[in-house]
Design a protein around this ligand. Structure first.
Ligand code: FES
Length: 152
């Protein structure tokens, strides 16, 4: 099952992060399973404990199944000062989940993160690869509505 991904990388430790990204991006639930860790460990001849160390160090990886849309709201000080707490409250209300949870229909996972590097547009969030800045509660409601519509 992972052979197709492995075939793109030589079996060297330096490729670990790239392989993990590839596996996560290609999993419909956006995560790295225990089975994947075992397969990667075997391919790179790296102990699973080392792989879990990497997975827990980098917040973009998840070892739990997640939704189709991963929402990552920045909660670093510049975004906080511009009201990221109100934005997270709005997201929680719209999605009816807490930070770290996934909606029952598996469409959205809500996470927080550190600075996304676009503080000039604070508050900021990313949904999958897309960055949304200058957020207001109204703007967030429109974005989420649009994504909910795309599910159909
Ligand atoms: S502090 Fe939020 S993007 Fe930099």
């Amino acid at each position: 099952m992972y052979e197709k991904i492995f075939s793109k990388y030589t079996p060297e430790r330096e490729n670990l992060i790239y392989i993990l990204h590839d596996i996560q991006d290609n999993h419909p639930q956006n995560y790295i399973s225990e089975e994947a860790v075992a397969a990667v460990g075997k391919y790179l001849r790296v102990a699973p404990a080392h792989i879990y160390g990497v997975l827990t160090f980098y917040t973009m990886f998840s070892t739990k199944p997640r939704g189709k849309n991963i929402i990552r709201l920045c909660e670093s000080p510049p975004c906080f000062l511009k009201g990221s707490d109100k934005i997270i409250a709005k997201l929680r209300e719209l999605l009816n989940i807490k930070v770290g949870e996934t909606t029952g229909d598996e469409q959205f996972t809500l996470e927080t993160c550190a600075c996304l590097g676009v503080c000039g547009n604070a508050p900021v969030m990313m949904i999958n690869e897309d960055v949304y800045g200058d957020l207001t509660e109204e703007k967030v409601a429109v974005i989420i509505d649009k994504l909910k519509g795309e599910k159909l």
